[in-house]
Design a protein around this ligand. Structure first.
Ligand SMILES: *Cc1c(COP(=O)(O)O)cnc(C)c1O
Length: 432
């Protein structure tokens, strides 16, 4: 097989483990649940990534979401280089931040004001603080298996790496923090209603991934998001859509636009930075005006709105606005991939639940259906590990965890999908 040589990655991983916990700067990268050596990536272009040993991979991670245009898109790269010529950071207001705020607010009508931060984690942490400040309430309601970054109050029954590494309830989170986090069952609005009743007048916000993509991809059932909107209104809580993955990916107006349900606040990350460390939160003007220096909820950042990061994000969002056909195109390719994998599953008797929408998909090794965290956890993670390594050896790079999404980009082609399905077939022949 083509991609078996990992000599340099092996060496680097050994060195990394000496001075970086687990050898990585974010847990899922460590290949913990699939075993083996994480590949150290040297460069990436379009739909491809190249590791230090010179192996080439057809990439379905896309840096976990940001690279919707494909890696190292020439327009984005050029804007970054241009911006770098004028200085890397000023700690003062810049024109690009105004352009960015206007672009987001013009594109997404329910975002009347927005503030830039440096990561999705920070966006969620700040949005939740704003919701608490606005409502004068302490509790937040989230869903089991949803991931909202690693702020203390969000690491209760969390998804993504927390789910993969088996610590959905992180150590180091004070009991007082965890006590104010209520967890409901995804796609079960009755579980939300029950919690809101039991905590009447205390819940500041309901926060949800409008398409869950951190316990693998789980779609909202018909009416689920709308019901959350109604319940939030009825109980005086704000509705926050965490669109760090879905924002500008499902549509220019994210999942909220796609499903036609308006949140009070929304969080962004990943795509809006075009590969640079960026997040944002925004929404209703009256809520956003609780933020300092206008209001009394403190929120700040030395590097927030950084000129290089804004240049990358602006170039990315402008490209997307100019090329809305990317959404129908990735949707088309995603559908071919989903249906192809499901058919192969039947052919080789591999029990599968294939979930997806637009450019997001997940292959769960379980009969399914997968509609929430409990049904996602029924997946056979050992089988997934074999599937993962089978694909990696064949030059197909997917997330090293059963509970992560596959991400398509504008760079992927029909030939790539065909090549991927061939690799999946070879692997299913072995593991079926
Ligand atoms: C990735 C992610 C976050 C956290 O963003 P970081 O930039 O990794 O801090 C928050 N929410 C969702 C839905 C995410 O997928």
């Amino acid at each position: 097989m083509a991609n078996c040589n990992s000599t340099k990655s092996d060496e680097l991983f050994a060195r990394a483990k000496e001075h970086i916990p687990g050898g990585v700067n974010s847990p899922v990268r460590a290949f913990l649940s699939v075993g083996g050596t994480p590949r150290f990536i040297a460069r990436a272009e379009g739909q491809y990534m190249y590791d230090e040993d010179g192996n080439c991979y057809l990439d379905y991670i896309g840096s976990w979401g940001p690279m919707l245009l494909g890696h190292n898109h020439p327009l984005v790269a050029a804007e970054v280089v241009k911006a770098a010529n004028y200085g890397l950071s000023f700690g003062a207001a810049t024109k690009r931040e105004v352009d960015m705020a206007e672009l987001i607010c013009d594109t997404v009508p329910w975002v009347e004001m927005v503030r830039m931060v440096n990561s999705g984690t920070e966006a969620v942490m700040s949005a939740v603080r704003a919701a608490r400040g606005f409502t004068g309430r302490d509790k937040v309601l989230k869903f089991e298996g949803c991931y909202h970054g690693h702020a203390d109050c969000m690491l209760v029954k969390a998804g993504s790496g927390a789910l993969t590494t088996g610590v959905p309830d992180s150590a180091g989170v004070p009991e007082g923090c965890a006590r104010d986090t209520l967890t409901a069952v995804y796609n079960d609005a009755d579980s939300v209603e029950r919690l809101l009743r039991e905590n009447e007048g205390q819940v500041a916000c309901i926060i949800v991934e409008p398409v869950a993509a951190n316990m693998g991809v789980v779609l909202p059932k018909e009416g689920f998001l709308k019901r959350l909107r109604g319940l939030a209104d009825e109980h005086g809580a704000l509705l926050i859509f965490d669109e760090v993955i879905t924002g500008f990916r499902l549509s220019l107006q994210g999942a909220a636009g796609y499903f036609g349900v308006r949140p009070d606040l929304v969080t962004y990350g990943k795509i809006i930075g075009g590969g640079m460390p960026v997040g944002a939160f925004g929404g209703r003007r009256d809520v956003m005006q609780v933020i300092a220096p206008v209001g009394s909820v403190y929120q700040a950042g030395t590097l927030s709105g950084n000129p290089i990061a804004m240049a990358a994000g602006l170039a990315t969002l402008r490209w997307l606005k100019k090329h809305p056909e990317i959404y129908t195109e990735t949707d088309r390719l995603g559908k071919i991939l989903r249906e192809g994998i499901a058919e192969l599953g039947e052919k080789y008797r591999v029990p599968l639940a294939v979930n997806g929408v637009g450019s997001l998909l997940s292959v769960f090794f379980t009969e399914g259906p997968v509609t929430d965290c409990a049904s996602a956890r029924k997946a056979d993670t050992e089988k997934f590990a074999k599937y993962f390594h089978g694909l990696l050896d064949r030059g197909i790079y997917i997330g090293p965890s059963q509970f992560e999404a596959m991400f398509l980009s504008a760079a992927h082609t029909d030939e790539d999908i065909a090549q991927t399905l061939e690799a999946v077939e070879e692997v299913f022949k072995i593991i079926g």
